[in-house]
Design a binder for this molecule. Structure first.
Ligand SMILES: Cc1cc2nc3c(=O)[nH]c(=O)nc-3n(C[C@H](O)[C@H](O)[C@H](O)COP(=O)(O)OP(=O)(O)OC[C@H]3O[C@@H](n4cnc5c(N)ncnc54)[C@H](O)[C@@H]3O)c2cc1C
Length: 331
């Protein structure tokens, strides 16, 4: 393993200043992704800046919505009673990921920043443009069953692995950051980047900038929401495909729709195409089929992941049916 030093930041200013001084320094929060990547030799920081003890663990109401501190544990978000009542899709998405032990360590900020599970990214013996720019992409001609079918480029087809982020995309979350240049509020759909010809750049975060919180805006109809994940095992497995669905339905007609997909995109995938089909349409099976077809219209399969296109359509249709059948109201 690469030698490195370790410091624990007392506050976000100290973390930012340390990162700024040390170009090869990296943050560590729960460590559930970072430590694996260091053991694999993928991440070789000169210094680890531990932000786990920063006072940003709170989950509080804000402007009719909810603010989650970046260091809030995934399990604390998932079991928060307001999140469960007002944004069940987020609670379900988090609980569909990893294991109880991992969720007890993993944080909101770390989940947003987790790296792809592409095996060629994780194995430094293989070419990977994401790990080392301009080295090639072994996945293009390799075993690409888990890879993306939306948002890919000739340089990278790695899927974003996060479940939490798929729900955040459906909920129009805002990522709050602090860096040497001040504070920023970044809509979640702008936070992750498509690979294009720079797959090593995965988010708009700059070196020295840290995530401080994530805001869920008020969305009174989000009680009617659901996350459906399809995977190889019933638990402790990343998504083959997943769907986050939020619908507002009035008198059998869909007034509002937020649709996001996981497992199929190079970033957590918002489907405006599906939403366009759904809004102002009757909440019936034919509408859901048309929305699912629209969501996957631009999908491009590779040798081993053709199945994802049909699976994603069926998963989205199923999630839409479940949400349409829900009854209840905001807490
Ligand atoms: C076996 C296993 C199974 C898993 N299964 C799933 C799954 O099914 N679904 C799923 O979604 N996830 C899954 N995960 C991933 C897990 O959710 C992530 O490892 C976790 O969310 C990362 O959070 P962390 O706090 O531990 O991050 P860390 O490992 O500490 O950090 C991850 C990255 O985030 C950066 N970072 C952390 N906090 C901040 C911040 N505040 N600002 C800026 N950068 C920051 C770090 O620098 C690092 O680059 C799995 C992980 C494992 C090991």
């Amino acid at each position: 393993m690469n030698p490195f030093t370790y410091v624990r930041a007392a506050n976000s200013d100290e973390a930012i200043a340390t990162l700024k001084r040390e170009p090869q320094a990296m943050l560590i929060a729960g460590g559930t992704n970072m430590l694996d990547l260091m053991k694999e030799g993928v991440h070789t920081p000169s210094q680890l800046v531990d932000i786990r003890k920063l006072p940003s663990t709170e989950i509080v109401t804000k402007d009719g919505g909810i603010r989650m501190g970046a260091a809030a544990r995934n399990s604390d978000v998932a079991y928060n009673s307001l999140v469960q009542k007002r944004y069940p899709v987020l609670s379900e998405a988090i609980l569909a990921g990893a294991s109880a032990q991992l969720r007890n360590m993993a944080t909101v900020g770390g989940n947003l920043m987790q790296r792809t599970r592409c095996p060629y990214f994780h194995d430094i013996a293989f070419a990977c443009n994401k790990r080392q720019p301009d080295s090639g992409c072994a996945a293009l001609e390799g075993f690409n069953r888990m890879h993306a079918v939306l948002g890919t480029s000739e340089h990278c087809i790695a899927a974003n692995p996060s479940d939490m982020c798929v729900a955040l995309v459906a909920l129009d979350a805002i990522v709050q950051t602090q860096g040497p240049g001040g504070e920023r509020s970044i809509p979640i759909t702008d936070f992750h980047l498509l690979p294009g010809d720079t797959p090593h750049l995965e988010t708009v975060l700059e070196h020295g900038e840290i995530i401080t919180a994530v805001d869920l805006p008020a969305m009174p109809f989000a009680w009617r929401s659901h996350y459906l994940k399809v995977r190889d095992r019933a638990s402790y497995a990343f998504a083959l495909v997943s769907a986050a669905v939020v619908l507002e339905i009035d008198g059998g007609e869909i007034r509002n729709a937020r649709i996001a997909l996981g497992g199929v995109g190079t970033k957590p995938w918002r489907s405006l195409e599906a939403e366009e089909v759904l809004v102002s349409a009757p909440a019936i099976e034919e509408t859901f089929t048309a929305a699912a077809n629209a969501a996957m219209r631009e999908a491009r399969p590779y040798q081993y992941n053709q199945f994802k296109i049909e699976l994603a359509k069926r998963t989205l249709e199923e999630a839409l049916k479940t949400v349409a059948a829900m009854s209840g109201g905001q807490a």
